[in-house]
Design a binder for this molecule. Structure first.
Ligand SMILES: Nc1ncnc2c1ncn2[C@@H]1O[C@H](COP(=O)(O)OP(=O)(O)OP(=O)(O)O)[C@@H](O)[C@H]1O
Length: 601
């Protein structure tokens, strides 16, 4: 993801921002008008200065000045008025343009985030969360700089440049020609260097994202890092990535410094040049001192305009690199999408068959390889019919493919071959929302959000009442420990549930699934972290939850699945045995061996 090919035309990446600007057309036009007014004011100021200087030197006061024939005081008043007008216009433009910048950045950030939330797990196998965060914060800030200031600065400088050149041309065509020549010579290296800045800028943003990705992973694993006393090592690893970021930034800065030197040379060179020519003309009596003053200001405006343009160009190049990275996220196609029928809104097939009272589930010759390991069959030709309301236990050695089967049923991944049906409909034809709304899962490693116990359980069904949440907690035997927390259900559970034990986290997750009340229930080692006593309580709750549901249970401890309707034994991605616990024990296969080890021990 980080190494996309460089784009041919540097500005084409910025085109991706247009959809975000379009809703604010009115403000963009307003900003443009203010920009024109401000630029016009700047271009008039030197003329007013000329009048003032010439009036002060007792020159041709009576002549037609910019504001007509006025005395010294009148010309001062005119200049003050012009300055005030300029101040107000600039302030208004600053506000409008910054508003647009902030608005576009906020919208872009939300749009990218929303897009990322729809990606399938495969996406996050290749792109680390720290990297996504870095793009959401760092890259959007670069875009904000450009939309919220650089573009307007650039346009202002452009007007200033063009206007100043025109005024210079009007005064002296010969001088104008010389300046154009000078500018052309200087513009070439500036353009070349600007292009390098863009490339180096993307590289340096990528390095910063690398460091963020590493920090994100390590900060999430602090207990492990400390248990293995790897703090110093991890600090070094981060410092090394930081250092690469520094190197990339230094390289970029070096090129920009060169750019700055060129720009200053261009600005000073132009001013000195004009001063020289002008001074000679004053000496020769062909130019007034006021005209020379105006001349100098125009030259400074033109040179300053070029300088700012070059600087803005550097910023635009940086933002172009950042936009490119953001657009990659914004246009990332989720690997898993709603079925065609669901997208087309064809009622019957798109509506959740999963919501039928008691769904049946059928795996039909399902084969699956994880995208990261295309050659290895995690699921190898599995066929399994599950009747409505049936309770099935999946058992078998670690790595047999039990969790993978759940992942396929939830359509986190797409089966490589074969098909999965719920109540007769291929899950690929359902909308993802409908499919997943029909399934409640207690995962192996439950996630607890940094919120209260009440809100954590309510995640299962956001519109559930407090009473319903508490009832679910009771059924999951979570009520007893939640009531003992300092603030009961309102107690904050800490980030990632750090204030709970493993068994308590599991019970919150079970309560959440019970509250969801979906017709299909998936339990992945749901009670593995519980002590014997709470396990009995939770099993009672789960038994109640399984009534009237089609349930799949993954269990390593066979004692917990003695009451299911059927046991499916998996090994190396295949189903090796199926039957009731008693049948399987009689058959003397893998299950009998596992049972002998566990139950009789
Ligand atoms: N994201 C992934 N990318 C590549 N391979 C994976 C991925 N997740 C799991 N696997 C592999 O797929 C195989 C099946 O894994 P799965 O998690 O389904 O096993 P399991 O039966 O649930 O094991 P356990 O009982 O230990 O949870 C394993 O060999 C595992 O290494």
């Amino acid at each position: 993801m980080t190494s996309s090919p460089p784009i041919a035309r540097p500005l084409s990446a910025l085109r991706g921002l247009l959809p975000f600007l379009r809703p604010h057309r009115g403000r963009v036009v307003l900003a443009f008008v203010l920009l024109c007014l401000g630029s016009a004011a700047i271009l008039v100021v030197p003329l007013a200065f000329r009048d003032l200087i010439d009036a002060g030197f007792g020159g041709d006061v009576a002549g037609a000045g910019l504001f007509g024939a006025q005395g010294l005081d009148g010309r001062f008043v005119a200049l003050v008025g012009l300055a005030l007008f300029w101040a107000v216009v600039v302030a208004a433009r600053y506000y409008t343009v910054s508003w647009i910048g902030e608005r576009v950045t906020a919208d872009l950030r939300s749009a990218v985030y929303a897009r990322v939330l729809h990606q399938s797990p495969q996406f996050f196998e290749t792109l680390q969360t720290g990297e996504v965060l870095s793009r959401l914060t760092g890259d959007t800030t670069l875009v904000q700089t450009v939309v919220g200031s650089s573009i307007s600065m650039g346009l202002r400088s452009l007007f200033q440049f063009v206007g100043g050149m025109l005024m210079l041309a009007v005064t002296s065509v010969q001088l104008f020609g010389l300046i154009v020549g000078l500018m052309t010579v200087l513009a070439l290296p500036i353009a070349v260097i600007g292009r390098r800045v863009r490339r180096l800028s993307r590289a340096s943003q990528d390095r910063i994202a690398d460091a963020s990705a590493l920090a994100g992973e390590i900060l999430n694993a602090m207990p492990t890092v400390q248990a293995f006393t790897q703090e110093a090592n991890e600090a070094r690893r981060f410092a090394a990535r930081s250092e690469t970021g520094f190197q990339a930034a230094v390289q970029r800065t070096r090129v920009r410094a060169l750019l700055t030197a060129l720009i200053i040379a261009a600005v000073m060179g132009t001013i000195i040049f004009v001063l020289w020519i002008g001074a000679r003309q004053v000496q020769a009596g062909t130019l007034s001192v006021g005209e020379l003053g105006a001349f100098l200001i125009y030259a400074a405006l033109v040179a300053g305009g070029v300088g700012t343009l070059a600087e803005v160009w550097g910023d635009v190049m940086r933002a172009s690199g950042a936009t490119e990275r953001l657009m990659e996220l914004l246009h990332a196609e989720p690997a898993i999408r709603d079925g065609d029928a669901a997208r087309a809104g064809e009622g019957a097939r798109a509506t959740p068959a999963a919501h039928a009272a008691l769904p049946a589930i059928a795996f039909d010759h399902v084969v699956f390889c994880y995208p990261a390991r295309p050659g290895v069959r995690a699921i190898d030709d599995i066929s399994l019919q599950i009747a409505p309301g049936e309770r099935i236990a999946l058992v078998g050695p670690s790595g047999a493919g039990k969790t993978s089967l759940f992942q396929l049923l939830l359509r986190y991944y797409e089966a490589s071959a074969g098909c999965i049906r719920i109540s007769g409909s291929d899950i690929r034809a359902l909308s993802l929302h409908a499919l997943r709304a029909g399934i409640a899962i207690v995962p192996q490693d439950p996630v607890i959000f940094s919120a209260s116990a009440l809100e954590n359980i309510r995640y299962g069904r956001p519109d559930a009442s407090d009473a319903e949440v508490i009832a679910a907690a009771r059924a999951a035997a979570a009520d007893e420990f939640i009531a003992r927390l300092p603030e009961g259900y309102a107690s904050f559970l800490g980030e990632r549930g750090t204030r709970l034990s493993g068994g308590q986290r599991q019970r919150i997750a079970i309560a959440r699934a019970i509250l969801k009340g979906a017709p299909i229930l998936l339990l992945d080692e749901a009670t593995s972290a519980l002590d014997a006593e709470s396990e009995i309580l939770v099993q009672q709750g789960l038994a109640a939850a399984m009534r009237g549901r089609t349930t799949l249970i993954i269990a390593h401890r066979l004692a917990t699945v003695q009451k299911v309707d059927r046991i499916v034994v998996m090994d190396a991605g295949r189903i090796v045995e199926t039957g009731t616990p008693a049948d399987l024990r009689r058959q003397g296969g893998l299950y009998a061996r596992l049972a002998a080890l566990q139950l009789e021990a």
